[in-house]
Design a binder for this molecule. Structure first.
Ligand code: AMP
Ligand code: ZN
Length: 490
């Protein structure tokens, strides 16, 4: 029986879908104002493992992941207060620009161009047309499964306006010169979700809030008004403006999943503001709970410190690749920690993960020679128990390694490992082939040249890294002779 940790119930609960055999889930996706960091990718890895686990257990999954391309504003004082002791970077300032607009200024292009650039980089250029993410985007490189629906906030402005109208008609909103607000006093459950009374929240309010007409610090903006410098604007019953950040998730999930749906996921930074706000909107509009299970992933740190652009440790997937690692090394690294525990990245422990994955790949190559056998049911049972225990991937990896170290028949080991890989997603089924295509040859030659250059510059570490990579990824052995370097497939 699958058990998941429900953040707001603060305990593990057995998972029971609304409709037998089916799961409808919603994942708060990225704000596309920059490349995703390895921290963001840890969060995405969490939804991917959840999805793969559900599918492995036989559920049919329908997932929505939104793309925030408008309205993600600077943090409110309440948010800052809620997050001040956490390892989360707060990059926002109070200059009134949203993240997308800031990026547009930074890059000297339009907001729409910023969105397109980072959507392409994250999801891949063709993501709306393909069934799986392609390798030209970070999600494809990480072998993440694609959600069924990936709507952009700007594609659903009408739905957001309709939802705000509905809330207005039911008396949940009020309007100031600056915005239409959700009146949080009308949703008392908010106190319990946030773990603070409305009075306590008031104490945390700073004196310099920009809207003096806002009634309570936790009242949040549904529709932004009076920001003529903002590039993205739409007409609405309240005036020209743009949606607040939380409203898109409520509007999209209602349209694409139906309320209530089964599982809502996101990073732990959403526990105290974004998700309670989504619930306030949806429950008030539809008089039904939004979702039955709320799950959150813990953050990734780098050498124990929060990840931050200003700290120079906001590594991107491209940084990892530049250093000669494979994106799947990062996948394997993430699998080593449970999604609800903090994980700390360092180049040292990341290298160890790569060695671990390298060993697995060698074993799969070795087993492949025996041909595929039967799935070993007792190992499978233990593996299932591990992932059913709130997606315990470290435990699942331990079962995986027990199997590798066992005396079982190699063909059976292979069949079982490839079955487990449906959840782990390490692309172990693609390893066998040693035939080399022309495209691969080009890649290999390029790496050989890079290595030659590194050797000339006496960058021995880099040269070694490239040699290791050639071996691991292409099964290629290099030999250095006086006249240069030769290579062959092992
Ligand atoms: P942001 O770009 O800050 O809007 O973050 C986008 C998503 O990535 C959010 O859902 C966060 O929960 C998640 N996220 C950001 N930083 C980290 C981190 N260091 N570890 C895990 N998840 C993160
Ligand atoms: Zn959301």
């Amino acid at each position: 029986m699958l058990k998941l940790y429900h953040t707001y119930k603060r305990k593990l609960v057995p998972f029971k879908p609304i409709e037998k055999g089916k799961v409808r889930m919603y994942t708060c996706g990225p704000t596309v104002y920059d490349y995703v960091t390895i921290g963001n990718l840890r969060g995405d890895m969490f939804y991917d493992i959840l999805r793969r686990t559900l599918e492995y257990l036989g559920f049919e999954v329908t997932q929505v992941m939104n793309i925030t391309d408008v309205g993600h504003l600077t943090l409110t004082d309440l948010q800052k207060e809620a997050m001040k002791d956490r390892d989360i970077e707060i990059t926002d300032t109070d200059d009134g620009l949203d993240r997308m607009e800031k990026a547009a200024k930074r890059e000297g292009v339009s907001v729409w161009d910023v969105a397109q650039k980072y959507i392409d980089a994250t999801f891949g250029k063709n993501y709306t047309k393909v069934k799986q993410y392609e390798l030209d985007g970070d999600f494809g490189k990480m072998n993440f499964e694609k959600a069924e629906f990936i709507p952009r906030a700007t594609e659903m402005i009408d739905e957001q306006i309709e939802l705000i109208k509905r809330l207005e008609a039911k008396g949940y909103t009020y309007k100031t010169k600056q915005a239409v607000y959700f009146d949080i006093s009308k949703f008392p459950k908010y106190e319990e979700l946030v773990g603070q009374s409305f009075d306590e929240m008031r104490k945390g309010e700073r004196a310099d809030v920009s809207d003096k007409d806002r009634k309570h610090p936790a009242d949040f903006r549904l529709w932004q008004l009076d920001q003529p410098e903002h590039e993205m604007q739409w007409d609405s019953p309240w005036g020209k403006g743009f949606p607040g950040w939380h409203i898109e998730c409520s509007a999209m999930s209602a349209k694409l999943l139906e309320i209530p749906f089964d599982i809502h996921t996101g990073g732990e930074d959403h526990i105290k503001v974004h998700h309670p706000s989504e619930m306030a909107q949806t429950e008030s509009a539809y008089d039904k709970p939004m979702a039955n299970y709320w799950l959150h992933n813990a953050f990734l740190t780098v050498e124990g410190k929060r990840i931050g652009k200003s700290l120079g440790n906001a590594y991107l997937l491209s940084d990892i690749i530049k250093k000669g690692f494979d994106p799947l090394d990062l996948r394997y690294f993430f699998l080593q920690a449970h999604y609800r525990t903090k994980q700390s990245f360092s180049w040292e422990n990341f290298k160890k993960a790569r060695i671990g994955l390298g060993k697995i790949i060698d074993k799969v190559k070795e087993y492949s020679k025996s041909g595929k056998g039967e799935i070993l049911e007792d190992y499978k049972k233990k593996f299932v128990e591990s992932i059913e225990d709130d997606l315990n991937t470290p435990k699942a990896l331990a079962v995986f390694w027990d199997l590798i170290h066992s005396d079982e028949d190699k063909g059976n080991k292979l069949a079982t490992i490839l079955d487990f890989d449906k959840v782990l997603g390490l692309r172990l089924d693609t390893i066998k082939s040693v035939k080399i295509s022309e495209a691969k040859k080009e890649e290999i030659e390029k790496l050989i040249q890079e290595r030659e250059k590194a050797r000339k510059e006496k960058s021995w570490d880099k040269a070694d890294e490239i040699r290791e990579r050639l071996e691991r990824e292409f099964n290629v052995e290099v030999e250095d002779k006086d006249g240069g370097t030769s290579w062959r497939v092992k």
